[in-house]
Design a protein around this ligand. Structure first.
Ligand code: SP5
Ligand code: ZN
Length: 346
């Protein structure tokens, strides 16, 4: 398996996120991918390559022009408000909820932060755009390699992507790497693509990107949004709409779920993907289903991830893995590598 990696991920280094009325240190830290990289090298799981540089047209299949323009220029605008802002991260604090307008783009920077975001847990930093852009190149390169005949590829990226929508960031995500990979597979001529999201949190951004499409099937196993982030999407009755009706399936599971139930659910999701007739698979690979994760609530153990990889491999599809969440930093390398290792052994 080829891994695509770019060290620019370090440029995104948030300081604080809002949690229960306080600013707390960010969970989504650069060390996460460094642990994965070290473990991949230790196990000799295949070559680690730099991504190809794609131009912005590859992003426009998923994201809106005005959102990309905002992200690219946001840091400069933040610092232009006050040079002292250079020492701080930017966080949104006001949002256009129901009855307020989101068609107008305000001139005020704080108003635009809210227009283009879904939470105050996702700081925008000096290097956010550089890091997210390099991560998107990794996901696009992995998809292109798989479309070109590779059995599998891994996009080892951060910030993660699956909460980001066509025109908003949130949940530590800015560019939706998994959605970009799925769209790239389509653009390279793969007719039917499935996205399997196994991060602890529902992939609301990815679901929304493909909700009305029949060419990309989206399915997700995650903590029940009644109690778990992102709360406002990820319910079992979300089946797709218009041409996409029947091409979306969610498996919300209660906080506290262990591997036996989780794995049976994975088998169901993989069966659905086979029923759809997928020709390629994108896996949103979150490792925050781990027992020791500080922001999540399932109880998978490190060895379980070998079986997860083997089960996914048994689907027999060309597969793009895209790194998402996983905040037990010391264990995330072993857990991610176990999935890829379990996959490679089938
Ligand atoms: C990609 C991804 O996994 N995003 C997850 C975003 C979750 N954001 C909310 C996290 C809430 C933090 N909870 C702190 C618990 C302290 N014990
Ligand atoms: Zn997550």
């Amino acid at each position: 398996m080829i891994t695509f990696f770019n060290a620019l991920h370090h440029q995104h280094q948030g300081k604080l996120e809002m949690y229960r009325g306080q600013l707390v240190p960010c969970f989504e830290v650069p060390d996460r991918v460094e642990h994965v990289l070290a473990e991949l090298k230790k196990r000799d799981l295949g070559p680690i390559r730099q991504p190809e540089s794609f131009d912005d047209s590859a992003l426009l299949g998923i994201h809106s022009q005005r959102y990309l323009d905002f992200l690219r220029t946001a840091w400069a605008q933040w610092v232009a408000l006050d040079p002292a802002n250079a020492a701080l991260d930017a966080l949104p604090s006001v949002w256009p909820v129901r009855t307020l307008r989101s068609d107008v783009e305000p001139a005020n920077f704080s108003a635009r932060m809210g227009l283009y975001s879904m939470d105050a847990g996702t700081p925008l930093t000096a290097g956010t755009w550089a890091a997210a852009r390099a991560g998107a190149d990794c996901a696009l390169s992995a998809a292109k390699a798989v479309a070109g005949g590779e059995r599998a590829a891994f996009a080892l990226t951060r910030p993660p992507g699956h909460h980001a929508g066509a025109d908003f960031f949130g949940g530590y995500c800015f560019l939706n790497n998994a959605a970009l990979a799925a769209q790239q597979l389509r653009d390279q001529g793969v007719a039917r693509v499935a996205v399997l999201d196994i991060d602890y949190h529902h992939g609301n951004g990815t679901q929304a990107c493909f909700y009305e499409r029949a060419d990309v099937y989206f399915t997700s196993i995650h903590g029940d949004p009644r109690t778990e982030y992102p709360f406002y999407l990820g319910y079992a009755d979300e089946l797709g709409a218009a041409a996409g009706l029947g091409f979306n399936r969610n498996f919300p599971l209660p906080r506290g779920t262990g591997f036996a139930v989780w794995r049976a659910t994975l088998q169901q999701a993989l069966q659905d993907i086979a029923g759809f007739g997928a020709q390629a698979l994108v896996v949103s690979l979150g490792l925050d289903t781990f027992d020791g994760d500080p922001v999540a609530g399932f109880h998978l153990r490190s060895n379980d991830y070998l079986a997860v990889g083997a089960d996914i491999a048994a689907a027999g599809l060309p597969t793009v893995f895209v790194f998402e969440g996983g905040y037990a930093v010391a264990e995330v390398g072993v857990n991610a590598a176990n999935v890829l290792h379990g996959f490679a052994q089938i």
